[in-house]
Design a protein around this ligand. Structure first.
Ligand code: 5FX
Length: 532
């Protein structure tokens, strides 16, 4: 029996472009990492960025067999690298959210009796009724979204139940589309998994429950009762409840790894499988977000996630059950106009230089002398508007700003929007609130200063290249003690922390408090203009 210090925990991340794995030891230090890039290492599936974009440009799928083969490959790689599977006490994982897997009738039997002499890919050849799984990039289910919203009494009502209005990528709407377009395949389906619960099923050798947190991204689950909403199920497809199985807490131990992994790779028989979850919930765990914290990822698209106690679902953004604390929630807001817009303004107003961009930010005072800008180069998600809007200190529309004012208006506008929308979802700044910044733009100190000033909270930076994967390893470890009442933060207190980057400038709240209200009003006006 391995001593505690020899124990290790595995976290897998079935993301869009690759499968990753990380191992941590009992001190939460990373001891092993590996990955399989789908396009490069599994070229036979002919994916680009891990997906197939269909001719209509709206349908986006990934081959389910590619994910199975990727698991074969990554475990073989670990074995070749001398990884000692006998030390793994627990494993967990995450998957791209919303994607779905359709197991054919009889697949459960197969999963329960996998022959350790063969690879999973060959064993599970005939196990899926749908070979091309719809993924989160799919936006082909608008018709189903409209049907669902009207069946439950409107977008607001659906958000009140499921935490989100209807979104094309959300799994229920994808299932409804499959039921309508391929009824035979739907009827042949014994079980529908999310990417996360599908991956957990492979390890478990049985169908794994969908966890509450990833289950919140389906437009099917009541996020308050944590049960499937009968109203939503009925509006989606027949016999759906039996095909989904009961959802389970995200911290649940689902069972031990199947005999297949014990025999083929040498996992201990007692190695536990902790419920897998979505990649964003996984990142929340990897970043070790705590109550009151807000994570701002400044990448191609900007993402904000929050730990909240009292969620207020709206038709903007999403509320998910919290993956590490059963009494809390997480909110997620996606913005399409992130880095690409910052780069455009940098090119137009600072000669393409980030130093010039920073100089301009420093040369104009906090609050931009009352000038506010809204920059939606492409149609934004939150709010659904497009175009460039500039307002002077009297809130009158103007057509141009000086270059310096334009730069500050962009950065302040993006952060004011994040705080306004976060507050609408129930976010409150409380003593101890931290803003955790990640992604490309988080390396720019002057951008972070504006972030800190707008949120009136200290900003920390954290490297989250592998946050979902690492979060899964942390969750595997926590899963073993969660039942004894140990909190996630206690279980991972030894993990490396975030670095303090900056604190709010004196007087920031006096400047941005009133600007927040003005920004919210202007955004409403822009939306009204769009609808006319
Ligand atoms: C969240 O709602 C999303 O659709 C994406 O962030 C996917 O989870 C990416 F995998």
């Amino acid at each position: 029996m391995a001593a505690l210090t020899d124990s290790c925990y595995l976290g897998f991340d079935f993301s869009t472009q690759q499968l990753k794995v990380v191992a941590i030891d009992g001190d939460l230090q990373v001891t092993h990492q590996s990955n399989v890039q789908f396009d490069i290492e599994l070229p036979e599936f002919k994916t680009q960025g891990g997906v197939h974009i269909h001719e209509d440009k709206l349908t986006v799928t990934s081959p389910v067999h590619m994910w199975v083969k990727a698991l074969d490959l990554i475990l073989e790689k670990m074995k070749r690298a001398g990884f000692d599977f006998s030390r793994v006490k627990a494993l967990s994982g995450s998957g791209q959210q919303h994607g779905s897997v359709y197991w054919r009738k009889g697949a459960r039997q197969l999963l329960q009796h996998l022959d350790p002499e063969k690879n999973l890919h060959s064993l599970l050849q005939d196990s899926f009724s749908i070979h091309n799984s719809p993924v989160w990039m799919d936006s082909s289910s608008s018709e189903q979204c409209q049907c669902l919203e009207s069946a439950v009494g409107g977008a607001h009502h659906l958000a009140d139940i499921t935490g989100s209005r209807a979104y094309e990528r959300f799994t229920g709407n994808q299932i409804a589309k499959i039921h309508k377009s391929q009824p035979d395949k739907y009827n042949e389906t014994e079980r529908i998994s999310l990417v996360s619960s599908f991956a957990a099923s492979l390890f478990l050798g049985d169908y794994a429950a969908i966890d509450y947190s990833d289950g919140s991204g389906m437009n099917l689950m009541n996020i308050f009762t944590k049960q499937w909403s009968q109203q939503c199920l009925q509006a989606t497809a027949p016999q759906l409840e039996e095909k989904l199985g009961d959802p389970a807490p995200s911290t649940a131990v689902l069972g031990s790894v199947s005999h297949y992994f014990v025999k083929r790779f040498g996992f201990p028989e007692v190695c536990k499988v902790v419920a897998f979850t979505g990649d964003n919930p996984g990142s929340l765990a990897g970043m070790r977000l705590q109550e009151g914290d807000i994570a701002v990822s400044l990448g191609t698209s900007d993402t904000v996630f929050l730990w909240i106690k009292e969620p207020r679902p709206t038709v903007e953004g999403h509320i998910f059950c919290n993956p590490v604390d059963g009494l809390s929630y997480m909110a997620l807001i996606c913005y399409k106009n992130g880095s690409l817009t910052r780069e455009r303004i940098r090119n137009e107003c600072a000669g393409g230089s980030w130093e010039g961009f920073s100089r301009a930010l420093r040369s104009v005072p906090m609050g931009n002398n009352g000038n506010i800008g809204i920059y939606f180069d492409t149609k934004e998600i939150t709010p659904p508007a497009v175009g460039i809007y500039r307002f002077n200190q009297y809130l009158q529309k103007v057509t141009t700003f000086t270059q310096e004012v334009e730069i500050r208006a962009l950065v302040e506008g993006q952060f004011l929007a994040k705080r306004v929308h976060a507050q609408k979802l129930g976010y409150k700044i409380i003593p101890g609130t931290r803003v955790l910044a990640t992604g490309g733009a988080s390396s720019n100190k002057d951008i972070l200063q504006v972030l800190s000033d707008v949120f009136n909270a200290p900003v920390y930076t954290i490297d989250v290249a592998n946050s979902a994967c690492l979060g899964s390893a942390y969750r595997a470890m926590h899963g073993l003690v969660a039942g004894m009442g140990v909190s996630f933060s206690e279980a991972v207190r030894k993990a490396p922390g975030a670095q303090l980057a900056t604190t709010p400038s004196p007087g920031a709240e006096e400047v941005y408090g009133p600007l927040l209200m003005k920004y919210a009003e202007l955004e409403k006006e822009v939306l009204k203009d769009m609808k006319q």
